[in-house]
Design a protein around this ligand. Structure first.
Ligand SMILES: [Zn+2]
Length: 402
């Protein structure tokens, strides 16, 4: 009735990817190297089983048990060693440091403006010359009645009313462990990246500059995690870690050996993780592009056989409980996470390749990209920053898939 060949074509028409064909082709480009890597991981674990004298073949239910052993042997990273270097206040300073170096903006703590809860902290964000950009709230700890997780939200979006610019009021909300006694709030590295991630969404909202409320800052589902995920890259860079990861008792900068371990461990089990995710994404696309005969299991098996999924790995979600691809708003949309990951890896690579993590030219262009979201097609806006379409190579490299 609407002129689309199937539900997927209808759904993704408004996305950056545009067509199911583009998405399938894109996913398959990642699939091949990811599957190769997963097979190597499988071989590593089989070697470990053999070495221990276990006379059996690795099965899917053995994967995490042996992956954990490989992790200990190969990567040897202990979270407890890291935490003292990630005091909440230091991490916030690190996030401000990155934003100031990139965009020249400043964060001024304001105790004179209202907060929605006494624990929320308010900052005014200003340009280098003092011009007002917006208000930025942060709310870090759990309390009764507060939802779990971490997110970015806003109380007022940028808009124009009667020709007058209305500035945004944004907030990031997290649930980090509270300080207790003499011990301040110390974050896990996952929480560190969460804070940078949500701040990335907040910068997007703060920099948005659109004429029309309907389109200002509004972006397609496969684009919306670019502003946030790109910030996680800075959090992990040795140069940036040295600036903010300082021991909460001694002030000592995080040792190089720990940075090296942290960097290396990012590639742990990435073959498996990418494969189980891609398998689910491809299954989602199949459900919304192919004809279903009668048997769910047979449909799923045909779909997985078609891409050559190995027996030791199952898709992250099986059809019978993959509920978000039917009524959860993710129909033909599970691919968006890795689409955005390709974008953030490719965008960040521009900075890295230039030899300056805070390259002013790219920073200015990226800020323009953030400000213009919603005013044009996602790919067109991306190209104004990068000068070309995104490449999958930086993501493959980051995950150790090639
Ligand atoms: Zn996000």
């Amino acid at each position: 009735m609407l002129g689309f060949a199937n539900h997927a074509a209808y759904t993704v028409d408004v996305n950056m990817a545009k067509t199911p064909e583009t998405i399938n082709e894109f996913l398959m480009k990642l699939w091949t190297p990811a599957l190769e890597r997963a097979k190597t991981e499988r071989a590593d674990m089989q070697a470990m089983i053999n070495k221990e004298g276990g006379k059996f073949e690795l099965k899917m239910w053995d994967w995490w048990y042996y992956a954990e052993k490989v992790r200990k042997a190969k990567y040897d990273l202990d979270e407890a060693q890291l935490k003292p270097y990630f005091k909440l206040e230091n991490v916030v300073d690190g996030m401000f440091y990155v934003a100031t170096k990139l965009y020249g903006i400043q964060f001024i703590k304001r105790t004179d403006i209202p907060v929605y809860n006494e624990e929320a902290i308010a900052y005014e964000v200003q340009e280098a010359d003092g011009k007002h950009i917006g208000i930025f709230y942060m709310d870090f700890h759990p309390r009764p009645g507060k939802s779990n997780g971490a997110w970015q939200t806003g109380y007022r979006d940028q808009s124009y009313i009667n020709g007058q610019m209305i500035t945004p009021v944004v907030s990031i909300v997290c649930n980090f462990t509270r300080p207790s006694g003499d011990i301040p709030a110390l974050l896990s590295f996952d929480e560190v990246t969460t804070l940078f991630h949500e701040a990335g969404h907040a910068f997007h909202a703060l920099f948005t500059h659109g004429t029309y409320r309907r389109t200002a800052g509004v972006v397609a589902r496969d684009f919306v995690e670019l502003p946030s995920q790109i910030m996680e890259n800075w959090a992990k860079e040795p140069e940036v870690l040295r600036a903010y990861a300082k021991h909460y008792q001694t002030g000592e900068v995080i040792p190089e050996a720990l940075i090296a371990k942290l960097t290396k461990s990012a590639q742990f089990n990435q073959g498996f993780e990418t494969v189980e995710y891609l398998a689910a994404s491809l299954l989602d696309m199949d459900w919304h592009t192919k004809t279903f005969e009668s048997n769910v299991e047979a449909f799923e098996k045909a779909s997985m056989d078609n891409i050559g999924l190995i027996d030791e790995i199952v898709p992250r979600y099986r059809s019978t409980y993959f509920s978000h691809i039917f009524s959860g708003g993710y129909s033909a949309g599970y691919y968006v996470y890795i689409w955005a990951a390709v974008l953030d890896a490719d965008a960040f690579d521009a900075f890295k390749q230039s030899g300056d993590l805070f390259n002013p030219e790219y920073a200015a262009k990226f800020r323009t990209l953030l400000s213009k979201c919603g005013s044009d097609e996602g790919m067109a806006i991306y190209k104004t920053f990068r000068g070309q379409e995104p490449s999958i190579e930086p993501l493959l490299k980051r995950r150790g898939l090639k």
